[in-house]
Design a protein around this ligand. Structure first.
Ligand code: G6P
Ligand code: ZN
Length: 561
């Protein structure tokens, strides 16, 4: 029996503009009649000629509304001439796994259902992100096209009779408008786990965890009730044989247990507390969709994401994938601390500074110029896929600990001894009123165009900094020439210290101001100091210069990382 396609009249919704990483809104917004249908149709329409007969991957982090969205996507894909949809069982696929599956099966792209680290549940957030055929988030040109289409949409196509059971692995075949249409429900973890076993030496990690060469390393992995739970179970418990108590919160929950699934010192406080007790030598947490990670050492020794990527880049000898493929280039997002730049310099490879957002790394990787990159926002990854990858980062760290036979803290100290230490902190002022924050950014933007700012001295207590350069970061993609403007105001000091201000692009309401502070020290007596203490004068200077408290009405940040 051939199923019928219906064309439904609809009206545009305002604001279907994908942000740093997809369209993120409150669940209630997506639940409005036709809202999700419209956006999915716009994604497909933006594919143009690549749509008909293609295969798409669909899955997400298991948050509330995910299964409903999968159902809508399947029905709209069926009606738009898509040949096959590969869906994660029960809708579950981590963001890195979607990227892995798109690449492995050469599909035209994928749709990821996640609001990443934003809370989930009926009163929290949902998100839809489109990834292109390289497995990475759609670049600006594509997301702009989707947005343009969304402003004028008048109808969408849907095949309501395609009913699929996404709890059962296997193929379900349909005839839609006399065309074959397949939904293949895939195991959520198998392809990804196989790939990790190719990239890393699981034997070496297993030996580390079991103490083949000395003390066993006790690890504590916290999946924060996000999508990584099933991956953690398969990799750490089954493949690597870690004991059950090494993995916590590994049941994915639609509301992440009511928590904020963001792996940082504030929102992963239970991991920090457990690590402080001293029983574990290595701790890690992931965000809702599994692309972010936080690494902790014994007694909760914190590895900043900016240091983490630098350490991985410096220790690629312990990772078979890089031994085989070599390291072509390194990169970080603009606000990320510059530790990786020093590694690139020593290794004699290129280093790129891109705007915030993983999508900016994709072209460089596709062109064979970038192997390892990271962001201060707890994203670390490589060209093995086109998304950042939380579990990959943990396996990279464990490989390094195994290879060097050192603790996390020892690895960091040895890194600082070689390169000096880039102290880094980020202050977040979440959910502020938008207008005053926009005003603050435009005042800072004006400052960045004011030549008289250069050479200006700014002091707090004993410390004085001289402005060497101030700009609103602009990036031209070296591969396709695309330009991204006004990506954040950078104030670069003459001693290499930096202050950066930008507005978050991932919130679902209001404005979140981020202030990033960095200073470089090469005097080894400072290495053990607390970053907050070392950076305090520059923080105060940045607060004064921006008048941040006046604009936001906040005396304290919501989160410090
Ligand atoms: C997402 C992206 C990251 C980016 C981060 C920035 O997680 O995948 O690549 O760094 O958002 O978020 P923000 O809220 O600072 O715009
Ligand atoms: Zn995420």
């Amino acid at each position: 029996m051939t199923l019928k396609v219906y064309t439904k009249a609809t009206k545009p919704f305002e604001g279907q503009k994908p942000g740093t990483s997809g369209l993120r809104k409150a669940v209630k917004v997506f639940q409005q009649e036709n809202y999700t249908e419209n956006f999915v149709q716009c994604i497909l329409s933006a594919m143009g000629g690549a749509l008909s007969g293609c295969t798409l991957v669909v899955g997400g982090d298991g948050r509330y509304f995910g299964k409903e969205a999968v159902d809508i996507i399947i029905k709209i894909c069926a009606a738009n001439g898509v040949r096959k949809v590969m869906v994660g069982q029960n809708s579950i696929l981590s963001t890195p796994c979607v990227s892995c599956v798109i690449r492995k099966y050469n599909t035209a792209g994928g749709i990821v259902l996640t609001a990443s680290h934003n809370p989930g549940g009926p009163n929290a957030d949902f998100g839809i992100k489109f990834n292109i055929s390289n497995g990475g988030p759609a670049p600006d040109a594509v997301t702009n096209k989707i947005y343009e289409i969304s402003k004028n949409i008048v109808e969408y196509r849907i095949c309501p009779e395609v009913h699929c059971d996404i709890s059962v692995i296997g193929k379900q075949e349909f005839l839609v408008d006399s065309r074959p249409f397949t939904v293949e429900v895939i195991d959520s973890v198998v392809d990804y786990v196989e790939y990790m076993k190719e990239i890393f030496d699981f034997r070496a990690i297993k030996d580390l965890l079991h103490g083949a060469a000395g003390q066993p390393l006790k690890v504590l992995i916290n999946a924060m009730h996000g999508v990584t739970g099933p991956y953690v179970r398969r990799i750490f418990l089954e493949e690597l044989g870690a004991s059950q108590d090494c993995a916590v919160n590994i049941e994915p929950l639609e509301d992440f247990g009511g928590h904020h699934p963001d792996p940082n010192l504030t929102y992963a406080a239970d991991l920090v507390k457990a690590m402080q007790e001293g029983d574990y030598g290595f701790g890690a947490a992931f965000d809702g969709d599994g692309d972010r990670n936080m690494i902790l050492g014994h007694k909760a020794f914190f590895v900043t994401p900016s240091d983490s990527v630098a350490v991985i880049a410096d220790n690629t000898d312990y990772i078979p994938y890089f031994k085989k493929n070599g390291v072509k280039g390194l990169a970080r997002s603009m606000p990320t601390g510059c530790a990786i730049d020093r590694v690139a310099e020593k290794k004699g490879v290129e280093v790129f500074e891109v705007p915030t957002g993983w999508k900016y790394f994709g072209n460089l990787m596709d062109a064979g110029r970038l192997s390892i990159c990271g962001e201060e926002s707890f994203g670390t990854g490589s060209d093995h896929i086109r998304e950042k990858d939380g579990i990959w980062a943990v396996l990279a760290w464990l490989s390094i600990l195994a290879g060097r036979n050192m603790s996390v803290e020892q690895v960091l100290h040895s890194h600082w001894e070689t390169y000096g230490r880039n102290f880094f902190t980020r202050y977040d002022y979440e959910n502020c009123e938008s207008d005053p924050c926009n005003k603050m950014m435009s005042v800072l933007d004006a400052m960045s165009g004011d030549a008289s700012m250069v050479g200006k001295q700014l002091s707090h207590g004993e410390k004085t900094y001289t402005i060497a350069k101030i700009d609103n970061f602009e990036y031209q993609d070296p591969i396709d020439g695309a330009v991204a403007k006004k990506q954040g105001v950078r104030i670069l000091m003459s001693d290499g210290s930096r202050v950066v201000f930008r507005l978050s692009g991932t919130g679902s309401s209001g404005a979140t101001v981020r202030m990033y502070i960095e200073s470089y020290e090469s005097d080894s007596s400072t290495y053990t100091k607390d970053a907050q203490e070392v950076l305090k004068p520059l923080v105060e200077i940045a607060l004064q210069l921006s008048k941040l408290s006046e604009y936001t009405g906040r005396q304290q940040p919501t989160v410090i990382t």
